[in-house]
Design a protein around this ligand. Sequence first.
Ligand code: ADP
Ligand code: ASP
Ligand code: MG
Length: 426
Amino acid sequence: MARIVMKFGGTSMAGTERIRRVANIVRRHQEAGHEVAVVVSAMAGETDRLVTFCREANPLYDPAEYDVVVASGEQVTSGLLALTLQAMGCKARSWLGWQLPIHTDDAHAKARIEDIEADTLAASMAAGEVAVIPGFQGLSRHGRITTLGRGGSDTSAVAVAAAVKADRCDIYTDVDGVYTTDPRIVAKARKLKKVTYEEMLELASVGSKVLQTRSVSLAMKENVRVQVLSSFIDDDAPLGDDLPGTMIVSEEELSGELEGLEMERQMITGIAADKNEAKITLTRIADRPGAVAAIFGPLAAANINVDMIIQNVAKDKGETDVTFTVPGADLVRTQALLEGAQQTIGYYRMIADSKVAKISVVGVGMRSHAGVASTMFKGLAERGINIQAISTSEIKVSVLIDEDETELAVRVLHTAYGLDAEDKAA
Ligand code: ADP
Ligand code: ASP
Ligand code: MG
C-alpha cells in the first residue's frame, strides 16, 4: 500500500466522459489499497476563456480579482470528480484551496505556496476517503484567493505530495511521458524513461510545458518522486506503479543505473522551444560603467525578468548596442519603462521584435562532452537559420531565432544530436 497524489491536467478533465475515465483510474488505485489524493486542473480551454473575460472586463485588471475569476475553473472540476467518484461508490470529497488551506504569498496571479495544513487531509485519506483538490489555487496571508501562474496545478500536486508525505506524485496528462522534445512538433521524438530533476528543471524553464518549472524545483527540494503518465489509457491498463511513463530522478540514481552499461549518456537529453519571449535592442548606448545598470535597474524594480543579454563591442565613438529578451507578456510594460528612462540611459533608438523564438538544448551529458554548441550552430547554419542571440548554462545552450523557423530548427537539431527515434532502433 502506498500513499499517492495523482494529478490530472485540463485535457484529461475536459467533459463528463473524460472525468469518468479519470475517476476510474482513481478508483482502481484506491481499490488496490492505496491512499489517494487527486489534484485537478480546469477543463482544457477554460482558464483561457476566463482570462479573456477578465481582459474584456478591464484591460488593466486587478490581479486579485483576476484570481477570483480564474480559480473558478478548478472548483468546477474538483466538485465534478468528487461527484463522479461518489456515483461509482467511492468515498470522496473536495477540499478547496482555502479550506485546507494552501497558504501562499500575496503575489496574485503568480503566487508561491508557503505551506499546506495537511493534517485533516491526511486523516481523511487514511480513513479511505479520496481527497479531491483543485490545483492552481491557494489562500493569501490577507485571506484572499490566489493562483499560482499558468500550469500551476503541477505545483499544487507536488506541494500536496510533500505535505502528506506521499510515496509518489503521478502527473497524468495527454502524453505518456517526457519526450526528447514536444512529440506534437517532432513525430520522431523519443520517450525518456528517466530524466534528472536538473534536466527537467532546465527543460521546463526553457519551454517544455509538460511540467510547470516550479513544480520541478519544489519536487527537487522536497524530494518528491514525480512520474509523468498518460490518462488516455484502457480501463484495464496497469496502475501507476507499472504504467510506462517518465520518472524524474536524481543524478545519482540515474548514473548508478547506467554504471556498467556500455551505453554512454547522450550528450543531449532534450530540446525545447519557447515562443513567448520578445527581443529589445537599444542602440548607441555610451560604453561606460553604469550604462547597462541604468537599463536593467528599472526592469528589475518592475519585476520584469530579463533572459538573454548581448552587448556588442563598442564602435569608434565609444557607443554600443544592447540586445536582450523579456517575457512577451511584459513587452509593452518594458517599452513604456524604457521610454520613460531614455534620458537617463541615453540610447538613440529602441527596436522591439516579438516574432522570435528561443530554442534550447539541455543535457547533463554536456558537462563531459565538448562541441555541443558548435553542433547546434552548424546544424542551424546548414538550414539557413540565423542566430540572433545566444546564452548558455552548465547543462543548456539556447539560441534566439525567427519565430517562423521554430519547428524547422527543433527538427533539425533533434536529428543533429542523434535523438530521432529511428536512430535508437538502428
Ligand atoms: P496538462 O493539461 O495535462 O497539464 P499540458 O498541456 O500542460 O498538459 O502539458 C502537456 C503537453 O506538453 C503535451 O501535450 C505536449 O504537447 C507538451 N510538451 C512540450 N514539451 C514536451 C516534452 N518534452 N515531452 C512531452 N510533452 C511535451
Ligand atoms: N488551469 C490552469 C491553467 O490552465 C492551471 C493548470 O492547468 O495547471 O494554467
Ligand atoms: Mg500543464
